[in-house]
Write a protein that binds this ligand. Structure first.
Ligand SMILES: [Zn+2]
Length: 306
């Protein structure tokens, strides 16, 4: 993937980066990642989280090599590589993509020639075809940036003493999202099925739906064990309680807005009414309260059109 292609996908995610980094770090300009530092956090056992710009990266590092979940942007690849070296001198073997968005797959172009990329079938399809995200066109990626192993429902990688399971959750953030379970370490990477601290971006043009998004988190909650550490797609590392609270917020806010739709209120009326004050804090990031209300309306219209 050439740099210009990266940049074309970066525009929607600079605001994501702003959401994540606002309080902590300088937000990089669209084509400048020079100020970005990769922060490494040990999550549990041999699992780590890397934060830079774009989606959080999960890492399994051990005697069988390194597996990473998502790889941010191509211009950050060297910094990511240095961070991985700091964890241990192991060979990068697998890259799992939680979904196709460029702030999670941009590094594929650099790492693809040396490691095996794994993702749900729709991730490969969307990376291969190019398309639109949030009204911005993105180009098809280069061949080496494409997943070489794809699956429909689930797949497991057995390495570093545990089963690392990818479970596809349908029609949520997109139509190709996977949740990654590090079963031995009791860690889960949610990808963008979890925007810790903010209303979620639901990519309605790429097969995402609001109802699916909420349902998928419910499905994951049923599978999680006490003490689990949760890596969100964006935002800080989370606990089971954090994810429960997030799910309750989604159930409550979608319920409120869907009731307004049922009562025949227009989008403008609903925006004017807003949401209860307790949910205000979720609207300070990439998706503000108006944006979330609008997403719920649009998703509802889409479901009626089908
Ligand atoms: Zn995303």
């Amino acid at each position: 993937m050439g740099f210009s292609r990266v940049v074309s996908m970066v525009s929607i995610v600079t605001s994501l980066a702003a959401f994540v980094l606002a309080s902590a770090t300088v937000v990089p300009a669209q084509d400048d990642f020079s100020g970005v530092e990769i922060k490494v956090t040990r999550v549990a056992g041999n699992i780590y989280m890397l934060e830079g710009a774009g989606g959080n990266i999960g890492v399994s590092a051990g005697p069988d090599g390194i597996l990473i979940v998502d790889d941010q942007f191509a211009p950050l690849a060297d910094k990511i590589r240095t961070a991985l070296k700091g964890i241990g001198n192991h060979k990068l073997r697998f890259i799992l993509n939680t979904h196709f968005h460029g702030d999670h797959t941009g590094g594929n172009a650099v790492f693809g020639p040396e490691a095996t990329i794994v993702a749900q079938s729709n991730v490969r399809r969307r990376l291969e075809s190019g398309g639109m995200i949030q009204g911005e066109k993105y180009d098809p990626v280069s061949k080496e940036a494409l997943p070489v192993i794809t699956f429909d429902e689930s797949l497991s990688v057995h390495m570093n003493g545990e089963e690392i399971k990818l479970l596809h959750v349908p029609s949520g953030h997109t139509d190709g999202d996977s949740i990654i379970f590090f079963s031995g370490a009791n860690v889960v990477h949610m990808g963008d099925q979890f925007f810790n601290g903010g209303f979620p971006f639901v990519d309605l043009r790429s097969g995402g739906t609001v109802d699916g998004y909420v349902r998928n988190i419910g499905t994951v909650l049923e599978k999680l064990k006490p003490g689990v550490k949760i890596i969100p797609g964006h935002g800080p590392l989370a606990t089971l309680e954090d994810l429960r609270t997030y799910h309750q917020m989604l159930v409550a806010t979608t319920g409120l807005v869907q009731k307004k739709i049922k009562d025949g209120k227009t989008l403008e009326q609903s925006k004017a009414e807003g949401l209860p004050a307790e949910f205000e804090r979720y609207g300070k990031g990439y998706i503000n309260t108006d944006g979330w209300i609008e997403t719920i309306y649009k998703s509802h219209e889409n479901s009626r059109a089908h």
